[in-house]
Write a protein that binds this ligand. Structure first.
Ligand code: NDP
Ligand code: MG
Length: 384
């Protein structure tokens, strides 16, 4: 029986993780969850899944919920609450499915507490990859990828040696605007951007897919998870999202992982690794129904965010933190109708140009620059 803590239970990955847990009651038990603002769904989850420890984002919700939940449930809140759920003594594994760099501190708490981490929260690896991977090594903690591309690569690498890898090939659907050129991107709306062709995901990552920043963040995530130099990481447009990623080896052999697009596959694989379990309700892949698979090379002029991510990732230091924080803030401004789609790129470029790089930043420096970059983006875009 694996005991699980879950950060971001009310989100897209969070709710799918709960379904995976519930579908194998003899294999998994849920110990603790964190909820953000969605208290209504959170309350339902508490009643349905019965976790022993629950964290909410805000004190007001903590006060409200105290009278509504069974007194067998311990309730906590805020940043400390996230860290308590993450390092919760009873759990074996933490699924980190919270959104954004707010996931960094709890990830570090879980590592220090010796928990295996199933990591969906890519912003944490982007903003502080050197610290997270170093700490994981020091505490002998496994970081198991949940992101479908990284889970695919992880599966392709089983029994292989990293030094025999020629290239990691991350596939990308191209997002909601893959058929549009740059001039056609000028007037696209939030609703258009949220309409992803292949995957149903949270709002922020759906926008990241449309700008291709999602793939950019994933390139940096792959760099840290697989200790791979950026020259050995490539991106391939593949509109069907059937091949989830591939590994090319030095002898020219390429191994790919395929399946119908369904995040429950990588979520469950991270929970059962190194074993597999039946996935209830899974639509299996029939390639004759798919018929054709398409591939193309992405243009870094068309997808500016992918270019920024390769540049910031390769430069290292504080630039990945700036890239991530500027993107989080700009996407939030776009989702709130404050800036246009193309201004997301503009905000990120301005922020990246604003900073002198700092090598090997400490956690404190990262947290400071993260905040400063968000303020910069808000101010510079408001004063346009
Ligand atoms: P969602 O927006 O659907 O969910 C985010 C979760 O985090 C919710 O539970 C939300 O709470 C909570 N949350 C957000 N901000 C805070 C905060 N400041 N404090 C505490 N809790 C917070 O996101 P997704 O599930 O789509 O994505 C989660 C992570 O997984 C991201 O890093 C994303 O890049 C990654 N990922 C997602 C995939 C997907 O298919 N969705 C695929 C691969 C990776 P609430 O809703 O209650 O406010
Ligand atoms: Mg992905």
């Amino acid at each position: 029986m694996k005991k699980i803590s879950l950060l971001g239970a009310t989100g897209s990955i969070g709710t799918q993780t709960l379904e995976v847990i519930a579908s194998h009651p003899d294999k998994f038990s849920l110990e603790a969850i964190s909820i953000g603002k969605n208290i209504e769904l959170g309350l339902k989850q508490i009643n349905e899944y019965n976790p022993k420890l629950v964290s909410v984002q805000f004190k007001e919700d903590y006060d409200k919920l105290l009278n509504e939940i069974p007194n067998t449930v311990k309730l906590v809140y805020g940043q400390e609450g996230l860290e308590e759920v993450a390092s919760n003594n009873d759990a074996d594994i933490l699924v980190n499915a919270v959104l954004g760099s707010v996931g960094l501190a709890p990830t570090l708490s879980a590592i220090k507490a010796g928990k295996t981490i199933a990591i969906a929260n890519k912003e944490t690896l982007v903003t502080a990859g050197h610290i997270v991977t170093e700490e994981a090594k020091k505490h002998k903690v496994d970081l198991l990828p949940v992101d479908s591309e990284h889970s695919a690569i992880y599966q392709c690498l089983q029994g292989e040696r990293l030094q025999e890898v020629e290239k990691l090939i991350l596939t990308a659907s191209g997002g909601s605007f893959r058929h549009l050129d740059r001039t056609e991107l000028k007037d696209v709306t939030v609703a258009d951007a949220l309409n992803h062709p292949n995957w149903s995901m949270g709002a922020k990552i759906t926008i990241d897919s449309a700008t291709m920043m999602n793939k950019g963040l994933e390139v940096i995530e792959a760099h840290w998870l697989f200790n791979m130099p950026y020259e050995k990481i490539a991106v391939l447009l593949h509109q069907e999202s059937i091949i989830h990623s591939m590994v090319e080896f030095i002898d020219g052999s390429v191994i790919a992982q395929l399946g119908t697009p369904d995040m429950k596959v990588p979520i469950q694989y991270a929970l059962t690794y190194p074993n597999r379990l039946q996935l209830h309700g899974k639509k299996h892949l029939n390639l004759w129904e798919v018929g054709k698979l398409h591939f193309a090379k992405p243009s870094l002029e068309r997808y500016r965010c992918l270019y920024f991510a390769f540049e910031a990732g390769s430069a290292g230091g504080i630039l990945p933190t700036v890239l991530n924080a500027a993107n989080e803030e700009a996407v939030s401004l776009f989702l709130n109708g404050k800036i246009s789609f193309l201004e997301i790129e503009e905000a990120i470029e301005r922020a990246l140009n604003e900073y002198e790089n700092i090598a090997l930043p400490s956690l404190e420096v990262i947290q400071h620059i993260d905040k400063e970059t968000r303020d910069f983006v808000r101010n510079v875009m408001a004063s346009k």
